[in-house]
Write a protein that binds this ligand. Sequence first.
Ligand code: FAD
Length: 360
Amino acid sequence: MLPAAVDVLVVGLGPGGASAARVCAAAGRSVLAIERNRTFGEPVQCAEFIPNPMGAYARHDGVLRQRIDSMQSFLPSGAVENSDFPGLMVDRAEFDRAIIRAADANGAQLVTSASLVAVDARGHLARIRQAGVEHVVGYRVLIAADGPHSPVAESLGLPALPVVQTRQYTVPLNRPYTATDVWLSDDYPGGYAWLFPRGEWANLGLGADKRIAGDLKTPLDALHAQLVEQGLVGGEIRYRTGGAIPVGGLRDSLIRGDVLFVGDAAGLTHPITGAGIAAAVVSGEAAGEAAIGHLHGDAEALADYDEEMHDQYGPALERACERRAFLNEHWRTPRAQDDAVQRRGWIAFSEYFNDGDRAA
Ligand SMILES: Cc1cc2nc3c(=O)[nH]c(=O)nc-3n(C[C@H](O)[C@H](O)[C@H](O)COP(=O)(O)OP(=O)(O)OC[C@H]3O[C@@H](n4cnc5c(N)ncnc54)[C@H](O)[C@@H]3O)c2cc1C
């Protein structure tokens, strides 16, 4: 049974929503968190890399798959740049479920197969469909952690976030590997291709702007065949996935009345790398704290959340958007196969962080 009203309604139980639910429930607030999928943490739509500072979230059983020490960036000419780029490969389903279990242990009510249909922000009411039945749940704060397409944002009439599409195969890895490999090429316009190792398997995928790239299967199959030929991976495909990644940077505001946006729904995902797990957790926790403050009568708490996220993430996301705009001038022109252009558009190169010289 869904409750008639709660202090905090969380929509979406990825890492952002689970983190928010955990924090709010730990403070003793009544929390309902709804997830439209049937199983928490699945289907996995992720390459499963997290940066080292997220290590505390990878300590639970079954989460950590292997350590990463470096990144190899392959340029169009065939040149390879090796960078220190430590991090962790995780089992993303277990990563999400570890946070969800903590929210559950703190007393949050967590419900699967329950979809948000619409929000009446003025009335503080949410319409939720579960098993074909529609329920109305009242809330005091709503945390929108509902991913790149955010039905909450849509229901509130907010603009959709621009996205790139991805396609990924999990394939056998023929030898131990501790680097993340990244291919920069006009074959993946608006994105890049990756091989991220996770023990005996690896996630091989690519992201691209479908308006330019069209089909993603052909280039992914070609890269897979090339790596099979090189002997790095096997031909078997154990798991296929994909999904959208927001690439437009932060929403102008992460709050709308008593609704807070976190993670992908907020546009916090990095528009160049597509990384968003860490930002989802950080923003989910911060939104949870803001909701608690707001419910305690702190009139500034929600606005402070918005300001804090803009301060913390704004500059890096703005740079990434600027680099996307630069690359967008060159896709499907000979310049896109110029190493200098790609170096300016990828985080492993100093050119990415240099302002002013547009000589590339
Ligand atoms: C192929 C791919 C690879 C990626 N690889 C990486 C990586 O290696 N490292 C990294 O840091 N990031 C990666 N990302 C990005 C990362 O997965 C996201 O940034 C992260 O999942 C954002 O978390 P979130 O909690 O904001 O949203 P999500 O994880 O998207 O969770 C949103 C949840 O809301 C639910 N939902 C949606 N609508 C409704 C509704 N109406 N009612 C109820 N529930 C709803 C969804 O089912 C979903 O479970 C990748 C993304 C893709 C697509």
